[in-house]
Design a protein around this ligand. Structure first.
Ligand code: CTP
Ligand code: CA
Length: 225
């Protein structure tokens, strides 16, 4: 009902969203991942469709149902690694807004073992890492200006353990994006509740603690504006 009465502020717009964690294989049974339930990204997907948009949701391994699938307004691509997420994003064209909500692994294992690494007494293996592409940075770099606005309009997310505002501001500048959203928490990961700090060229604004879907709806209205 809420969705029905909401203003269709993103009517005719195409929205790309990355959500959830990525997983970097060490061997066929082990790997490294990031903490992310995917709930915020999936909530943004739902809120964007409610607002009239068409959504492409690129999701890392997370156990969540595709929101509003029956509307036909959402396409979901499931990926595992950051490299796969990068390819899926680069293969998507002509979208108006990009929400980079995924917790992307910054480093992948250079050469994952083909077979399971067996225990060897007390000896521990050494892992060698290779940097993964910065997906958001790459998208932002190629953004154009359309009717005086950045196209696509890129929204980054930041989860920090200290100095959220300073780190988020630094990231917004480094990535050259118009908006970044900080997770204030307190218990962001896996929780249905969160609190957000939205930073754009006009300054920063808090969105008070609420359900992630409620936060997503408020964020969509800000971005639509
Ligand atoms: N991001 C991305 N690709 C990456 C890393 C991050 O698209 N390889 C995006 C995330 O989805 C998020 C934003 O960049 O929207 C910020 O991610 P974050 O990990 O906080 O920033 P980093 O630049 O990786 O900095 P650090 O991990 O050192 O804090
Ligand atoms: Ca990172």
């Amino acid at each position: 009902l809420i969705a029905f009465f909401q203003k269709k502020s993103l009517a005719g717009k195409k929205v790309l969203i990355t959500a959830g964690p990525t997983f970097e294989a060490i061997d066929p049974v082990r790997g490294l991942t990031n903490r992310s339930s995917g709930k915020m990204g999936f909530a943004i997907a739902r809120a964007a469709i409610e607002a009239g948009a068409e959504v492409h949701l690129i999701a890392g391994p997370c156990d969540l149902a595709t929101p509003l699938l029956a509307t036909g307004k959402i396409i979901r691509s499931d990926i595992v690694s950051a490299k796969e997420m990068h390819i899926a994003v680069m293969n998507t064209q002509d979208y108006d807004v990009f929400f980079a909500v995924a917790a992307v692994a910054d480093w992948g294992i250079t050469k994952p073992a083909k077979d399971k690494i067996k225990r060897n007494g007390n000896k521990v293996p050494t892992l060698e890492f290779t940097a993964n592409p910065d997906i958001l940075l790459e998208v932002a770099k190629t953004a154009k200006i359309k009717a005086g606005k950045p196209y696509p309009y890129c929204v980054g997310f930041a989860a920090e353990s200290t100095d959220l505002k300073a780190h988020a501001q630094e990231k917004r500048e480094r990535k050259g994006i118009p908006m970044i959203v900080g997770n204030i928490g307190p218990d962001t990961f896996g929780s249905d509740l969160n609190q957000l700090l939205v930073i754009d060229e006009r300054g920063s604004k808090k969105i008070a603690t609420a359900e992630k879907l409620d936060l997503a709806r408020q964020l969509i209205q800000l971005v639509a504006k």
